[in-house]
Write a protein that binds this ligand. Structure first.
Ligand code: PLP
Length: 482
């Protein structure tokens, strides 16, 4: 009887990389056991692991291992030494930045995608599997209220989706006259927009930062004036990138006003919904994102609002032809193009790729859309519940109430006589609460003021974490202001 946990490759045949079926089953079981044990203990893990790990990183450097190691010690090393040295992003207490998720069916889908390793870059190689990805894009399109002619693309994240959106708009409006084009984004827009613009050949001297109002939303009057000024200078305003939920404070830009303006100006309206778009899946919350379905393109991040593991972004483009026009390509060694079915390589920059569609499909298929909508709605309810209580804590000044599921505030007190002192106390509050280990919070700096922020978007965050969060903020604020 061979030792099933001896997962080394056969020594008699040193050119083989194949494991026996029994080994594969044992290895799979060992991984699942560790992963499930990890998930089951998430609520007891510190919300922020010890990430002061420069020494560890230096110690980890090693030359290419010449011979193999059994799986057991490798798993021990990963799960015991490395994984805990990180932010506990899948944990229920992760209220920092924009939380993600990691629903279990997605991991199973990735396992299936990786073991069966079918080629989903071109439709002909696995038509039925590519159809599942096409279904997923149709489902996202329906949730976002986009028309049937819209098309989309699964990307590795929101940044890549944004890059593709800017490329569509550039191709549609500027052709080869790239240097004439100007792009507009609010001073609260995500930095990936400027980065994507640069990657798309729209350099900083053609990017305009539009000021935001007291609620951190893009000022459309100023936007209109900036567009007029650029036109008068002989430039060609071609794209406005607005936010459906900013990372700093969760602000939703006036999407309808911007859509109207873009229609009048014959410009492309891109909406960055990486954080907020999935709230549109809940009919009762659609008024919060009024105008979103009118966007020419929309960045979505299923690894945030659909609680999927990192590496799942998405783009929707109202005129699917615009997306195809940028990416369609052919070669003598590829199958002839067809037009009836969705083909990832004709709508995106990649050829060989993983199979991101399966994880989205499997997650929705197993849970059902109704449960997703309920989970998304609950995250907003939890944020509203917590904001009402945090706002009543003496010394707390609310800067942004939750428009979606994120709110921001700062501390003031008789002893905090300067902006610097208020900023330091507000940052210290985030740090102290995080150090307690139950929830992880991060702040941000907006126009010189440091803001505390709480963002609820992990599917594992429930009422218990929010109660702990509010009570710890109450205690630490009292302590800091005493
Ligand atoms: C996360 C985020 C992005 C960037 O998306 P990635 O998936 O991290 O590349 C862009 N905009 C907003 C508002 C975000 O929250």
């Amino acid at each position: 009887m061979p030792d099933l946990l001896d997962t080394r490759l056969p020594s008699a045949d040193n050119a083989s990389l194949e494991y026996t079926p029994a080994q594969m089953a044992a290895m799979g079981e060992a991984v699942v056991a560790r992963a499930v044990q990890h998930l089951a203990s998430l609520d007891r893990q510190p919300s922020r692991g010890d990430v002061d790990a420069a020494e560890l990183c230096r110690a980890l450097r090693e030359p290419i291992p010449e011979t193999g190691t059994p799986l057991g010690p490798v798993l021990d090393h990963l799960f015991d030494e490395l994984i805990p040295r990180s932010f506990t992003t899948p944990g229920p207490g992760y209220l920092a930045y924009i939380p993600g998720g990691g629903v279990y069916p997605a991991a199973l889908a990735d396992f299936i995608a990786d073991t069966t390793n079918r080629y989903t870059g071109v439709w002909q190689a696995s038509p039925a599997l590519v159809q599942l990805e096409a279904n997923v894009l149709d489902w996202l399109r329906d949730w976002m209220g986009f028309p049937p002619g819209a098309s989309g693309l699964l990307t590795s994240g929101g940044s890549m989706a944004t890059l593709n959106a800017i490329l569509c708009a550039r191709e549609r409006h500027l052709g080869t006259e790239i240097r004439r084009g100007t792009l507009y984004v609010s001073d609260q827009g995500h930095h990936c927009i400027e980065k994507a613009a640069k990657l798309a050949g729209i350099f900083h001297d053609r990017v305009r930062l539009v000021p935001s109002d007291a609620a951190f939303r893009m000022r459309t009057d100023t936007l209109a004036a900036m567009i007029a000024e650029d036109r008068a200078a002989g430039l060609q305003p071609f794209l406005v990138a607005s936010s459906a939920g900013t990372t700093n404070t969760g602000a939703v830009d006036p999407l309808t006003d911007i859509a109207d303006l873009c229609a009048r100006e014959a410009m492309w309206h891109h909406v960055d919904g990486a954080y907020g778009a999935f709230f549109h899946a809940v009919p009762a919350l659609r008024p919060l994102l009024d105008g979103l379905p009118r966007a020419d393109s929309l960045t979505l991040d299923p690894h945030k609002g659909m609680f999927l593991p990192y590496g799942t972004g998405a783009l929707l483009v109202r005129d699917g032809e615009a997306l195809r026009a940028v990416h369609a390509a052919t070669a003598g060694y590829l199958p002839a193009q067809q037009s009836e079915f969705y083909d990832p390589s004709q709508y995106g920059p990649e050829l060989s790729r993983g199979f991101p569609g399966l994880r989205v499909w499997m997650a929705l298929k197993l849970a059902g859309a109704a449960r997703y909508r309920a989970a998304i709605a609950e995250k907003r309810d939890l944020a509203v519940w917590a904001a009402e209580r945090v706002a009543r804590i003496p010394g707390v000044v609310m800067d942004a109430w939750p428009q979606l599921s994120l709110f921001a505030f700062h501390l003031e007190g008789s002893r905090l006589t300067t902006l610097d002192a208020q900023n330091a106390a507000t940052a210290e509050l985030m740090e102290r609460v995080t150090r307690r280990g139950r929830v992880m919070l991060t702040g941000c700096t907006v126009q010189g003021r440091h803001l505390a922020r709480i963002c609820v978007l992990s599917f594992r965050t429930r009422r218990a974490e929010m109660e702990a969060c509010v009570s710890q903020i109450t205690d630490e604020t009292r302590d800091l202001l005493a």
